[in-house]
Design a protein around this ligand. Structure first.
Ligand code: SAM
Length: 286
């Protein structure tokens, strides 16, 4: 995808480009953002819906392009976002419903779409403090799981998410949808397993890995002594030995019934809220 969006000359507030053709090259570039390669090359991604666009702009994310359907024209919040986009050097496109459906690949599309600059938290800048909880995910594959975990980390007051190894992209349309906007609120870092292990050795954290054969009941872990990094295994194969052996504790969520394991996002939620429960009682004791 080209970086031309910023180079369309100075935009006055109120300057809007109208597009009705699917063959328009800017629309083609935006549609290409469904591919990971295009997202990586352009350093941008797409978020659908006015609420997400407002959240992102309020949280300081850089918008490159705001796209809205003709039907949304004149709505005060849409106009405000358009003015903010232009003021920060971005482009505003007013498009037909056909164009916005094709961008989002939906029959009933959102009326507003934003193209934002991607943002990764560098691992070396993560210095967890007492009382913080982070969650690290080993080779997470499913975009719905990743989005749900980012959303849950946000809701549980966790400090951020670390993606370890080859994972699904947090900036894919499907993941962003599943985060319900939390992708803009929760820092996301990425690391190779080696980088993660070497970071862990210096970060002063306690890594609590979850494992179906873990020796410790997850409720008995001390989540308060040091900042905790909860480490979750891959959906299919679980946590590999080279990561499991680096953990300070291998925690198990005791189960009943016939299910072998919990879904990754569900297990993550159980862990994140257990950590929160321990930390909240610490606050209350103060
Ligand atoms: N077949 C995989 C295995 O053998 O580990 C199942 C992986 S499970 C779907 C995905 C991840 O969720 C696991 O690697 C673990 O981190 C976590 N998990 C799921 N159920 C768990 C449980 N009862 N106790 C601890 N961790 C669990």
């Amino acid at each position: 995808m080209s970086h031309e969006h910023r180079g369309h000359g100075p935009h006055k507030v109120g300057h809007v480009k109208e597009v009705t053709s699917l063959a328009n090259p800017i629309i083609k570039d935006i549609k290409a953002l469904t591919n990971k390669k295009s997202r990586e090359e352009s350093g941008t991604f797409m978020a659908e819906g006015l609420k997400l666009v407002i959240d992102a702009i309020e949280l300081g994310w850089t918008i490159r392009t705001l796209v809205y359907a003709k039907a949304a024209k004149g709505k005060p919040l849409v106009e405000q976002m358009a003015a903010r986009t232009v003021a920060s050097g971005g482009l505003v496109l007013e498009v037909s419903e056909k164009v916005i459906s094709s961008i989002t690949r939906r029959d009933n599309p959102q009326m507003v779409v934003g193209i934002f600059e991607s943002r990764w938290k560098p691992l070396r800048e993560i210095h967890p403090k007492q009382g913080e909880t982070w969650i690290a995910l080993d080779r997470v594959r499913d975009p719905g799981n990743l989005g749900t975990i980012i959303r849950t980390a946000d809701a549980a007051g966790a400090s951020g998410v670390i993606l370890v190894g080859e994972t699904t992209d947090p900036f894919s349309l499907e993941t962003v949808r599943a985060t319900m906007g939390s992708v803009f609120a929760v820092p996301v870092a990425r690391a190779t397993p080696e980088e993660f292990i070497s970071w862990k050795k210096h970060a002063g954290v306690s890594v609590v890995a979850t494992h179906l054969t873990g020796s410790v009941d997850y409720r008995t872990i001390d989540y308060k002594k040091r900042p905790v990094v909860i480490l979750m295994g891959n959906e299919q194969s679980g946590l590999p030995e080279h990561l499991a052996k680096e953990a300070d504790a291998l925690a198990r969520i005791p189960q009943q019934g016939r299910a072998d394991s919990l879904n990754l996002a569900v297990a993550s939620a159980v862990m994140l809220f257990e950590a929160r429960r321990h930390l909240l009682s610490l606050d209350e004791a103060k």
